[in-house]
Write a new protein. Structure first.
Lengths: 413, 413
């Protein structure tokens, strides 16, 4: 299972500060992996609000169903996440596993099961024996500490080669508040959502409905604009918890997502989500290069996004990037198959700062050497100008290498 | 460029009989490849009708534009095909190349340029110098012979590892008629169309409008149900020529696609197209296994097709098949992401004759050993029962191997 760390990993991991109002603990439950943590519990103070977005799969996992139901209450007291088994397509036994886990977690956190949130990641279709870890939850709740963010990010990894963490600090009405986030990704990564699991928390006092509105908006240009392999997980879960502890330092309670005092928070949330989402793309299974596809001049932003995803998901574009081949003809192919309005004879394509095609044919000044120099970099920006309108979107992805095939050819067995 | 012949290649190639009313010649024009043929010309007797279907790409190649315009006339006297360069995204120079080729071919075949059909396959975006081969066309037209079908199939290959040929003989009103077909595929293979190039010819006397109606119908369950990598070429072209020579042996002229005398012909055409389409899938770049995905019990045939394509195009399903891993959970994932109606708790999944999942969870009698035995075969049938309606479709594909990445990482350079 262990694979070499992605060459696109951050050179140093961000240090995440504590968020007042929550504590974290992890454990080695031995669900599938040996000699590593695979269970994470986050315990929240009373009053913590929660927002979430989930996979659009028609076959969601049992924990996704469970979280969707509890999200309506808007309140959270604990989060329990396991790696190694997704508890997806596990039928009645899967529902029993989530119910049992929630009951034990609720006792440990002294709350109702409706205030528990669950996530599972790993193999699909194998029954999850919650008994393997439920006996650990009471101890985890007691042992939880505020400074365990890095340990939390490590416990939720599957084929990830590095933990994904990010933090931002920003002011609401002059009071500093913090947002921390962790994520895991690696494969089965496509919108919507782009990651399998991501958990954010802030000490800002924000009502659940406002939190939900902000999260739904912020996820579009970030997690919903990342793709590794066009496959969508049954388990994708992004949860944002707000403990409200900063109200003790004078932060005002915010009820409305449109409140102008949220301007900085909104920007920081979007920035942090994009940071985590790009970390996921850069740790795509087998990834050696990040691809940033920007489509401009489309009929609409949505058209630009669809064309950008068509390029970013094309196996032929992704293998060309892996081979450091400036094969812009395959970009044309991917534009053509997207199904959106495009005029072949107006297209211009840039690899990095090099314009390789213009007005529907190879750039008159095209230099194979200059284009190849761009392709040797770790980050490959591909920009397509359609010349039709003002629609614009950027999508983040990675190359398709032999390692992706190797990793996924023997993941389960 | 040369890759090992696909392990799924036919053990022996069909011998294609001559079709009266047409002659074939090939040449080494040196457009890109060395020491192999890369130019093919087919010359038809006066009275030959033609039907065609093309890529749905919004960025079609210059030859596709050219053929679409000429198809309205319904008459064909010559076909010129080159491999090594697709003449796609080549702007004004691309249009000049098709016009010049057509003019020279029309002189060679003593007809109008509107009776010429052209196809090009190979690299996109590089100008095609028609001068490299136009001087050869007159000699090809003179040298053409009826028994060169295998040579024709070889001349149009790119990364194909074997030529694709098929033939059927059937009766129209008691008179035997023949349909021959050749195809090339290998990569950038997804509906619609599934192949890059395929050319069929028959001696049956069938009007162009009837031919077109039959072809459009027959292509749906065959070439439009094959996918290698979900990428759609700018050059996909399928042409069907009918010389009508069998009328000399008493075959009646058919004007209407609904004519009951076409029943056998229609079936044979569909059968031949599926044969060629499966040959394309079995020679998908790097392919070592054929995947046959059947979805049953869908809300409609179209829903079944979309779900089957979602499974067949999933990189995670395709790499699992490459790794001989009976990872049916990824099939569930691909059903879930297809966007069509599905009820997780009614799903049943079969690998070959082994039912691996039923009623939304692993089959109670599931045997890893039995499922693994199926995965070791060269042909992997995956069958999904949705339990919702009567919609049904089958899609043909292949596995995703490291060789696909290797082939496409250095195709152009």
């Amino acid at each position: 299972m262990p694979h070499a760390v992605s060459p696109l990993a951050p050179t140093s991991l961000a240090e995440l500060p504590e968020i007042a109002g929550l504590r974290i603990a992890t454990a080695e439950a031995g669900i599938k992996y040996r000699n590593r943590t695979d269970l994470m519990m986050m315990v929240f103070d009373a009053g913590t609000t929660v927002a979430g977005v989930f996979t659009r799969s028609k076959c969601p996992s049992a924990p996704v169903d469970f979280c969707r139901a509890n999200l309506a209450g808007g309140k959270a007291r604990a989060l329990v996440v396991n790696s190694g088994n997704a508890n997806a397509f596990t039928g009645q036994r899967g529902r029993e596993a989530t119910a049992m886990t929630a009951e034990v977690a609720a006792k440990a956190a002294a709350c109702a099961p409706s205030e528990i949130f669950l996530a599972s990641t790993g193999v699909i279709g194998e029954p999850l024996d919650a008994g393997r870890f439920s006996h650990l939850l009471d101890g985890l709740a007691k042992a939880a500490e505020g400074d365990r963010w890095r340990a939390a990010a490590e416990a939720i990894m599957t084929t990830d080669t590095y933990p994904k963490v990010a933090t931002r600090t920003v002011e609401i009405a002059g009071v500093a508040v913090t947002i921390n986030g962790i994520a895991k990704g690696a494969g089965m990564i496509a919108p919507d959502m782009a990651t399998m699991l991501s958990f954010l928390a802030t000490d800002a006092p924000i009502a659940a409905t406002a939190l939900q509105a902000m999260l739904r908006q912020a996820v579009e240009p970030s997690f919903n604009s990342v793709t590794v392999d066009s496959d969508t997980s049954t388990s994708d879960t992004l949860l944002l918890f707000a403990t409200g502890a900063a109200s003790g330092r004078g932060a005002p309670a915010i009820e409305d997502a449109g409140d102008p005092r949220l301007e900085g928070f909104r920007a920081a949330l979007g920035d942090l989500l994009l940071d985590l989402a790009r970390q996921v793309a850069r740790d795509g299974e087998g990834a050696r290069k990040e691809i940033q596809v920007t489509v401009e001049g489309a009929a609409s932003d949505q058209a630009a996004k669809r064309i950008a995803l068509s390029i970013a998901n094309s196996p032929l574009v992704k293998t060309a990037v892996a081979g450091e081949d400036a094969n812009w003809g395959r970009v044309v192919m991917a534009v053509g198959k997207a199904g959106e309005e495009a005029d072949r004879d107006r297209l211009a394509i840039h690899f990095g700062e090099i314009r390789v095609a213009v007005d529907g044919e190879r750039d008159p000044d095209y230099s194979e050497a200059a284009a190849s120099e761009v392709m040797r970099r770790a980050e490959i920006p591909i920009r397509v100008e359609l010349g039709l309108g003002t629609g614009r979107w950027t999508v983040y992805s990675c190359d398709l290498t032999k390692e992706y095939v190797a990793i996924n050819g023997d993941y389960r067995s």
